[in-house]
Design a protein around this ligand. Structure first.
Ligand code: IPE
Length: 273
């Protein structure tokens, strides 16, 4: 596949550009999604080494994969606020903390400086707490990498909701307007045709409706379709979003460090008027 180029631009109305990168590690990258509670240590090690080598402010969000999704499915929990089984609330949350701890340990062993942040620290229900999110950026600028994750959160009056890592990416991007947003997925990008595995190199709001997406049934937060929806929301802020295969370390490194990457670019909408 020919590498695409991430065009350089500034979002409209941005304050100072810290060069922040928002990186989502999909659950299907850092875990084996079909096998309950099984981390993909090889991939976690590769990604940890890459993050340790990056000399840019970075905020990492990770998904649930065979941890959070496994229990969410078992307890019938979704992204709609409701009075879910309270044991399910505890179990889903615990599984995400376990996955986060495991990831953070590997990051430290690799020489990175991660710092775990539960999403409830910077969200109130499903809404952002702006000051807390801005604080995450200053932490990142100082060389520490905030690592947060999709989770089950209390919305109001004993109603809980799954808050996906993809939705967290939008929440963070809306406040911080980073110049680069990367989603690591377990495929080479968005397929125009799942059969032939043709990758769409670039997509925008107009072209996305004609594309077909692979949907997975075991995923309570909507799989690739949801990712593109979140990606388009972020692109509408004037930010380029890239989908890159997280199981191919050199592609991840290129997407973080350089302008060339292999994957799908969700092109930003021009907000400069
Ligand atoms: C899911 O987060 C979190 C829970 C199920 C608790 P994501 O929806 O971002 O996870 P992945 O990346 O699709 O696995």
């Amino acid at each position: 596949m020919k590498p695409s180029t991430i065009p350089s631009h500034k979002s409209g109305g941005r304050k100072q550009d810290s060069g922040l990168i928002l990186l989502k590690m999909g659950g299907s990258v850092i875990t084996f999604k079909e096998q309950p509670l099984s981390p993909n240590f090889e991939c976690i090690n590769d990604l940890s080494r890459i993050i340790a080598s990056v000399d840019k402010p970075l905020i990492v969000v990770h998904g649930g994969g065979s941890f959070g999704h496994y229990w969410s499915v078992k307890y019938g929990m979704h992204t709609k606020p409701a009075r879910y089984d309270l044991k399910g609330v505890s179990v889903v949350h615990e599984s995400m903390i376990a996955l986060n701890e495991l990831l953070v340990k590997r990051l430290i062993e690799s020489g990175a400086k991660p710092y775990s942040v539960m999403p409830s620290v910077f969200t109130q229900g499903l809404e952002p707490i702006t000051e807390r999110i801005e604080e995450l950026e200053s932490i990142a600028v100082g060389g520490v990498v905030p690592v947060t994750f999709g989770d089950i959160v209390h919305v109001a009056e004993q109603n809980y909701s799954i808050l996906s890592g993809d939705a967290l990416m939008t929440i963070l991007a809306e406040v911080l307007l980073p110049p680069k947003v990367i989603f690591l997925v377990n495929v080479d990008g968005l397929y125009s045709d799942v059969g032939t595995k043709n990758i769409i190199q670039e997509i925008n709001y107009e072209t996305y409706k004609s594309a077909t997406f692979s949907k997975t049934t075991s995923d309570v937060t909507g799989g690739m379709y949801r990712k593109i929806e979140e990606g388009l929301k972020i692109a509408s802020l004037g930010i380029d979003v890239v989908l890159v295969n997280g199981l191919k370390p050199e592609r991840v490194l290129n997407a973080i460090n350089g302008d060339d990457f292999e994957g799908t670019l969700i092109r930003h909408e021009d907000r400069r008027g």
